[in-house]
Design a protein around this ligand. Structure first.
Ligand SMILES: Nc1ncnc2c1ncn2[C@@H]1O[C@H](COP(=O)(O)OP(=O)(O)OP(=O)(O)O)[C@@H](O)[C@H]1O
Ligand SMILES: [Mg+2]
Length: 442
């Protein structure tokens, strides 16, 4: 913590200021009562310098604001060390690690654009906006507005008037992050689409050129082109379905669905694939009506389909995929069910929740587990599996390259259903994915 020289006081304290912590406590009580949260309460309140006990009602009001606010003052435009912070509210003290008054503006805010904006407000009477990015472990971005305060100044010893400006910080970190995610998503989606498109263009060129009179090559190229076109169509379908799910994610689905029947349907449609690959599908389902969950039938079928599809895709020939349904579990029991976390961890893998539901009442879930004997994954991949377009490199998945959207879709559907999702996997030990849904009211 730097030390600050005490400047000439702007708000003079009465000699008998009884208790310097009163305003802070008032803020804490009022703030709590109003449900206000201070931005990033990283440290305890005792780390933040207390507010001056003599603050005017105006400062007491500023003190209560959840956004950081400063009053800065200066008399002489040429005197850099004369620009001082006359008042910093609790949020500003926490953000900038400064006392309630007296800090030098240059040392509290080291960014030249901000200092310039403050000068413009103080001496040019101009209102302006800048961005403030504190240096620290966590990336933060604040939008800062500086506004001149007319008629606030008091005359100094030399007769000049002190000028004042208000500096208001608004946290834009979340908005920026969301924006960044959107940009990344667009970049990823275009990249994923451009790859098959480039391959298609390449083959068209070849077919027009030297492969024109070679029927064998032509057939082979056309087969590849069909596969690429199908891949593009799949990508677009998945993207559309993801955006449809996201659009309704906050709306709880109506209706109910028998998880066993959904699993049976999916198993039937995948039968040709299992036969092709020589993979056995072991179903341990419940009787009709025993595993009914609250939710949208089509979406639930998609969850089951994506999980079993992955398990088959990554299974070696001759392997088995076990699909199991268990009911009557609490959220915690659903997460812990059948855990081999230690064995997995010892083999370089692990067990991880990809989605945890908020505490639901009644705490009654139906679990669907899909376990395979495939290559499994190392621990570091697990947290990223439900990210869009994430694929574990170097995995054999048969001829069809996946889009990397299957598990992202599962996660969004499970979130809409207020359910949970987890993965357990380790190299050579295979993978188990599980989802659990709130049971339908009986
Ligand atoms: N059962 C599994 N065994 C091993 N790896 C898996 C398994 N399931 C998923 N993965 C890994 O997770 C990645 C993401 O899976 P996801 O289902 O989202 O995409 P995908 O299967 O590649 O594509 P898509 O499902 O869209 O066809 C996969 O690319 C694969 O690397
Ligand atoms: Mg998949």
């Amino acid at each position: 913590m730097p030390t600050y020289r005490s400047p000439a006081p702007v708000f003079t304290a009465p000699a008998s200021a009884p208790d310097r912590g009163w305003l802070l406590r008032l803020v804490e009580n009022l703030g709590g009562a109003l449900g206000m949260t201070r931005p990033r309460p990283a440290e305890t309140a005792s780390d933040i310098a207390p507010a001056p006990p003599t603050a005017s009602p105006r400062e007491a009001a500023l003190e209560l604001l959840p956004d950081p606010v400063l009053l800065v003052e200066a008399a002489d435009p040429n005197d850099l060390s004369g620009r001082r912070i006359a008042f910093a509210n609790a949020a500003a003290r926490e953000l900038l690690r400064i006392p309630a008054s007296g800090a030098l503006v240059v040392s509290a805010l080291r960014q030249p654009e901000m200092l310039e904006a403050i000068d413009e407000s103080l001496f040019g009477g101009i209102e302006s906006e800048t961005l403030y990015e504190p240096r620290g472990a966590q990336e933060q971005i604040w939008r800062v507005r500086t506004v001149p305060l007319p008629g606030e100044g008091a005359p100094t010893l030399y007769g000049e008037t002190t000028r004042m400006a208000l500096v208001h910080f608004r946290d834009e970190t979340d908005a920026r992050r969301a924006e960044q995610m959107r940009v990344d998503f667009l970049a990823n989606a275009s990249h994923e689409l451009r790859t098959p498109l480039a391959s298609l263009s390449g083959f068209i060129e070849t077919l027009r050129g030297h492969a024109k009179d070679d029927p064998e090559a032509r057939d082979q190229f056309l087969r590849i082109m069909t596969a690429q076109a199908e891949r593009m169509a799949r990508l677009i379908d998945d993207l559309m379905s993801l955006s449809r799910i996201e659009l309704n994610e906050h709306i709880r689905p109506l209706g109910s669905c028998d998880l066993s029947l959904a699993a049976m349907d999916v198993a039937d449609t995948l039968r040709p694939l299992t036969a092709d690959k020589g993979v056995k599908l072991d179903l341990h389902l419940m009787d009709r009506g025993e595993a009914v969950v609250a939710g949208d039938r089509d979406q639930i079928t998609q969850v089951v389909q994506n999980l079993i599809d992955n398990a088959l895709k990554y299974s070696p020939a001759g392997g088995a995929v076990r699909v199991e349904i268990v009911r009557g579990l609490t959220g915690d029991a659903a997460f812990a069910h059948g855990s081999k976390a230690l064995t997995m961890a010892n083999a370089g893998g692990g067990r991880l929740s990809l989605l945890t539901p908020d505490r639901a009442e009644p705490d009654d879930y139906v679990l669907l587990r899909v376990a395979d004997q495939g290559p499994g994954m190392r621990r570091e991949h697990l947290p990223r599996l439900a990210e869009r377009f994430y694929r574990v490199e170097g995995q054999k998945s048969g001829q069809k390259l996946g889009t990397g959207l299957g598990l992202a879709i599962v996660k969004h559907i499970m979130n809409r259903h207020r359910g949970g999702m987890l993965v357990e996997s380790a190299p050579t030990l295979g993978s188990t994915f599980a989802v659990y849904f709130p049971a339908a009211a009986r």
